[in-house]
Design a protein around this ligand. Structure first.
Ligand code: NDP
Length: 294
C-alpha cells in the first residue's frame, strides 16, 4: 500500500516541505506520497480525524492551524505541549500524537549561528506567532536569561509571555511595544536578534531600519532567503543566518518520526535550494499573513 503523508494548511499551494519530503521518501525507497491539503479552519477537525486510518504515516501542520490542532490530537509531546503548537503528527494505531519539530529545528539553527562562541544569554525576538513560540521556547530551554519580544500587536506578545510564564519563571521574559527607540536600546544590550515576523517574506522590507543595527550581533531570520534585514546586518558587521537550517532540520525530524529512518539531509537541503531557485520563498507556501487572518 502506498502510504500517505499530508501537509495541512491554508493555503499550501507552493511548499518547500513537499519538495524535500517527497525526495527523501523516494531516495530511501519508502512507498509514500507527500500530499498538499488545503483545508480551511472549519474543516480541520474532520481532516485530522481522517488521518487515523492505516494508510497515513502522519502529517505536517502549518499556517493557520498549528495552534488549533492542539485539542484535536490524543497526546502531545513535551515540545508541542510547551509551545502550544503542533507542526507534525504521527499515528499510533488510531491515536494521533502532536509534535513540534520547529523547536529542534530552531535549536540546530541557533547552534550553527553561535558556532564556537559561548552561548549568549540575552536575545531580542521580533514576532509573536507560531514560529516565535518555537523560538522563545528554544531560548528558554537553552538557558537564556533575558528574552525581549517585540510584536506589531503588543497584546499578542504579552499573551506569549503569559503562555510561557511557568517555564520562564527562572528568567526575564518580557513583551515590549514596537518603538524604534525601545528596539534600539534593547539591541544595544543583546547579542542575539531573531526575526520571527513575516516581514521580508514577500517583499524586500525589513522589520528594523539599518541604522538601528549595532555591529557584532548574531542575527537569525526565520525566513528562508537573504532578506533585507540580513543584508543590512551583514553590512553592519553582524553574523547572519536565514531560516534554511531551521526548515531543513524541522523537516528532517518529522521525516524520522514518520519513517523511523535517518533523514537524507544533503538531498533534502539540495531539494530546498532547488525549490527556492524556482521562486518559492516561504517555508510553508503561504503569502505573508493572508491565511492567518481567516
Ligand atoms: P504567524 O502568522 O503565526 O505570525 C506572523 C508574525 O509576523 C506575527 O508576529 C505578525 O505580527 C508578524 N507580521 C506579519 N506581517 C507583519 C507586518 N506587515 N508588520 C509587522 N508584523 C507583521 O506566522 P509564523 O510565526 O508561523 O511565521 C512567521 C515567519 O517565520 C514566516 O515568514 C514563516 O515563513 C517563518 N517561519 C520559518 C520557519 C522555518 O522553519 N524556517 C518555521 C516557522 C515559521 P502580528 O501578531 O502583529 O500580526
Amino acid at each position: 500500500m502506498t502510504r500517505r503523508v499530508v501537509l495541512i494548511g491554508h493555503p499550501v499551494a507552493h511548499s518547500l516541505s513537499g519538495a524535500m519530503q517527497q525526495a527523501a521518501c523516494d531516495e530511501l525507497g519508502i512507498d509514500a506520497r507527500y500530499e498538499l491539503w488545503d483545508r480551511k479552519p472549519i474543516e480541520l477537525a474532520d481532516t485530522i480525524n481522517e488521518l487515523r486510518e492505516e494508510e497515513f504515516l502522519g502529517a505536517n501542520v502549518t499556517i493557520p492551524h498549528k495552534e488549533r490542532v492542539v485539542p484535536l490530537v490524543d497526546r502531545l509531546t513535551e515540545d508541542a505541549h510547551a509551545t502550544g503548537a503542533v507542526n507534525t503528527l504521527t499515528r499510533e494505531g488510531r491515536k494521533l500524537i502532536g509534535h513540534n519539530t520547529d523547536v529542534p529545528g530552531f535549536r540546530t539553527a541557533l547552534d550553527r549561528l553561535v558556532g564556537k562562541q559561548k552561548m549568549p544569554r540575552h536575545a531580542v525576538v521580533l514576532g509573536a506567532g507560531g514560529g516565535a513560540r518555537a523560538v522563545v521556547y528554544g531560548l528558554i530551554t537553552e538557558g537564556f536569561q533575558r528574552v525581549v519580544i517585540f510584536n506589531r500587536h503588543l497584546h499578542r506578545a504579552e499573551g506569549l509571555v503569559r503562555h510561557f510564564g511557568r517555564s520562564a519563571s527562572h528568567m526575564e521574559l518580557r513583551a515590549m511595544p514596537w518603538h524604534e527607540s525601545v528596539i534600539e536600546a534593547e539591541l544595544a544590550k543583546t547579542k542575539v536578534l531573531i526575526n520571527a515576523t513575516a516581514i521580508g517574506l514577500t517583499s524586500d522590507e525589513t522589520p528594523i531600519p539599518a541604522e538601528l543595527l549595532p555591529p557584532d550581533l548574531l542575527v537569525l531570520d526565520l525566513i528562508y532567503s537573504d532578506t533585507r534585514l540580513l543584508r543590512d546586518a551583514k553590512a553592519a558587521g553582524d553574523t547572519v543566518a536565514n531560516g534554511e537550517t531551521m526548515l531543513l532540520h524541522q523537516g528532517a525530524a518529522a521525516f524520522t518520526l514518520w519513517t523511523g529512518q535517518p533523514a537524507p539531509l544533503d538531498l533534502m537541503a539540495r531539494k530546498l535550494e532547488e525549490a527556492r531557485a524556482g521562486g518559492i520563498v516561504s517555508a510553508e507556501g503561504e503569502p505573508a499573513g493572508a491565511a492567518a487572518a481567516e
